[in-house]
Design a protein around this ligand. Structure first.
Ligand code: C2E
Ligand code: MG
Ligand code: MG
Ligand code: MG
Length: 295
């Protein structure tokens, strides 16, 4: 079995066709069908991104889950790579974007002023029609461009910069904030950052985890160089994967602006997020506030 873009070919396989591959094929068939006939199986969770100084929620990241009829909840790590390698991501991203923007319009109507962040794949940002489609989605949902953050990864940009850079510039020109996700794991140098029209950088979880490991001096130095550059370039620096208070304290002292992670909140369904937001706005993320006021 071989997939090239949207062109699928079936071949007969011998014993080397292991159960893992068969499982993947079955999952792919289900994925294709679900995207066409049961888009409601793709459900978003939202994880808050919080200002380290004020404790207020600046945005939430939309993270997709697939509610499979027999397998239960399938995490994105299991089906996003499949969607990417087969081109089906072109069908998934619009579903996620529309749902996230609809939710965001609801928050605005309720007086909750937060942005929503949506993850894009390499294929999405190679698509020259993307900026027009995003503009259309914003207009349909009635959400202003500055309430949308699009998360991209270094490697998806660097795959084909000649193709992706014009798309990114058009998205930027629409007034959308681009965020460089999983930063530090790719190949590009820090100096490449100033050539990208990004407003935000998310330091990868591995470096955040590293703050508690044996090599903490390395992680600290790396994070400090990213926040230093961010300050010079006027970029917002986000740390992902924050799981405890000591890490949060250290990230703040290293110059990070925004934190995201299980310590603040796990990704939440739309209803749970509303409950969480109502509680937190009444008490501005107590653990963070406690900390800032005691400094
Ligand atoms: P990501 O964009 O880097 O998202 C962060 C991932 O880390 C999420 O996993 C989130 O649940 C998890 N996470 C957040 N805080 C913590 C923490 O404190 N500790 C730990 N251990 N993990 C934490 P999730 O939801 O499983 O998503 C995995 C990846 O799948 C995402 O990584 C993103 O690359 C991709 N993804 C998710 N939703 C979408 C989507 O709608 N479109 C695309 N293209 N990719 C998506
Ligand atoms: Mg992300
Ligand atoms: Mg990330
Ligand atoms: Mg990550």
């Amino acid at each position: 079995y071989e997939a090239k873009g949207n062109d699928f070919r079936v071949a007969v396989y011998g014993p080397e066709m292991d159960s893992g591959r068969i499982e993947r094929l079955a999952l792919l068939a289900d994925l294709r069908l679900a995207l066409i006939t049961h888009p409601e199986q793709f459900v978003l969770q939202y994880q808050p991104k919080v200002d380290v100084h004020s404790g207020s929620v600046t945005s939430v990241e939309a993270l997709v889950r697939w509610h499979h009829p027999t397998l239960g909840v399938v995490p994105p790590d299991r089906f996003i790579p499949l969607a990417e390698s087969t081109g089906l991501i072109a069908n998934l991203t619009p579903l996620v974007l529309d749902a996230a923007l609809r939710e965001c319009a609801g928050w605005t109507a309720e007086g909750i002023a937060i942005s929503v962040a949506v993850n894009l794949s390499a294929r999405n940002i190679s698509d020259e029609n993307l900026p027009g489609r995003v503009a259309q989605a914003l207009a349909t949902a009635g959400v202003s461009a500055d309430q949308l953050i699009l998360e991209i990864t270094e490697s998806s940009v660097m795959g084909d910069p000649a193709q992706t850079l014009p798309v990114l510039h058009q998205l930027h020109d629409l007034g959308i904030c681009l965020s460089l996700d999983d930063f530090g794991t790719g190949y590009s140098s820090l100096s490449y950052l100033q050539r990208l029209p990004v407003g935000e950088v998310k330091i990868d979880r591995s470096f955040v985890l590293g703050l508690a490991g044996d090599n903490r001096a390395n992680s600290r130095a790396l994070i400090r160089s990213i926040t230093g550059l961010g300050a010079n370039l006027g970029l917002r620096i986000v740390a992902e994967g924050v799981e405890d208070q000591p890490t949060l304290d250290e990230l703040r002292s290293l110059g990070c602006d925004i934190v995201q992670g299980y310590y603040i909140s796990r990704p939440l369904g739309a209803t749970d997020l509303r409950t969480w937001l109502a509680r937190e706005s009444a008490d501005a993320v107590p653990r963070l506030r406690l900390l800032t006021s005691s400094r």
